[in-house]
Design a protein around this ligand. Structure first.
Ligand code: WNU
Length: 152
């Protein structure tokens, strides 16, 4: 069995490679690793559903996901982007205090996501102003692109 410490080191160095988190102080990053959960998804499985309440933030550790959204004049949700290893999602519902604004669907079997709950997300982001400002700006941009594509 892989030791807890090996696991810790593996996720620590992975999170360090995630651009969003690269400047976080060591103890903060270590704390995130301590409270992470890992979730596994099969191809076609919904990780997030539009309109549902959400209290978690995800970082992709393995695999790929599709981001889809219901837009005016389309019966089916449309794919708006795909995300891969080191990308993250689910910040918008947490920051805007709103329901989930898009679907996130696993594109492969054994997609692995590191999951951070709301409390830990707030601790991670809240005490770090630059990160908070960056995400807020990003989330506002997402709202503007949603409007442009007539998301519903
Ligand atoms: C988009 N519009 C909306 C993405 C991930 C992280 C960042 C873009 Cl910083 P949520 C659904 C999630 C949402 C976002 C993600 O889907 N998303 C988008 C869009 O154009 N959401 N409304 N592009 S990928 C992405 C920027 O994370 O958060 O909690 O759940 O609403």
């Amino acid at each position: 069995m892989r030791s807890t410490q090996a696991r810790h080191e593996e996720y620590f160095s992975f999170l360090r490679s995630v651009s969003l988190l690269k400047d976080l102080p060591e103890e903060k990053l270590a704390k995130i690793v301590d409270c992470l959960e890992v979730d596994y998804f099969d191809e076609g499985e919904y990780i997030i559903r539009e309109g549902e309440e959400g209290n978690t933030f995800f970082i992709i550790a393995k695999g790929q996901v599709s981001v889809t959204q219901t837009t005016e004049g389309n019966l089916e949700p449309q794919e708006i982007k795909t995300l891969g290893v080191g990308d993250y999602f689910g910040e918008k519902a947490l920051i805007s205090e709103d329901v989930r604004s898009a679907n996130i669907i696993s594109k492969e079997n054994d997609t692995q996501c590191l999951v951070v709950d709301r409390d830990n997300f707030n601790q991670m982001v809240g005490t770090y102003e630059e990160l908070q400002a960056y995400l807020k700006e990003y989330v506002e941009q997402l709202s503007r692109s949603d409007e442009q594509r007539n998301a519903m």
